[in-house]
Write a protein that binds this ligand. Sequence first.
Ligand code: SF4
Length: 244
Amino acid sequence: MPQNQIKYFQKGFNFSQDGPGNRLVYHLYGCNFRCPWCANPECFAADTKVTAQTVEEVANEILRSRPMFFSGGGVTFTGGEPTLQFEALKELLIIIKEQNIHTAIECNASHPRLCELFPYIDHLMMDLKHPSDAAHKAIVGMGNQTVLDNIAAAASTRQLALRIPLVNGYNTDDACIDGFIGFLSTLPQNPLLTVELISYHEYGKVKWQKHGMEYTVQNGFVPPARLAEIRERFRQAGISTIQT
Ligand code: SF4
């Protein structure tokens, strides 16, 4: 029987960006969304160079890297969308959790079986792109019902770092902000839930062009005064946010 493989387009160490401490970060290939502002469009570009390794090979590499996991570090799986490689990822997480490696996942919350991975994830990061199902589908190509269900499930039971990318022209008008706040207000009080408002940036723009794809976001930067207003609206609703 062929062994499950992990397919990734980038890996390397970074400190305190994709979870706590010094981390070995794997960017898994593939994504089921097409966010126009994606900073890692090589995750779905057809000409991306992809490396495939068996779960066993990746697990051994992670275990050999253990001395580098200082300051509470460990391994992070991001993307692309890591849960697209669900079976291989689950198998790998089980192996490395048995060895007490700290694990983090950064995902778009769209996988219908995501909850199965919760017992093997120490630090869970999930994105919410838009509160409206129809607008979510129009912008990224898929609706958000499973996303909302997964966020609610995680927020009810465990640590969750929820991130909301704020992109002018897509999700920063009053109706969207009310939608975000309305959804977040339905979640239970959870001291392990954090909400991060991520300001638009264009770090990925050049990569879209490099891979022959059109970058369609125009005027995505949110004016500082509007960012302050948005943050204040969250605060008034009793939701504290981290702004980055
Ligand atoms: S979900 Fe993440 S990786 Fe996928 S397209 Fe959107 S920003 Fe890019």
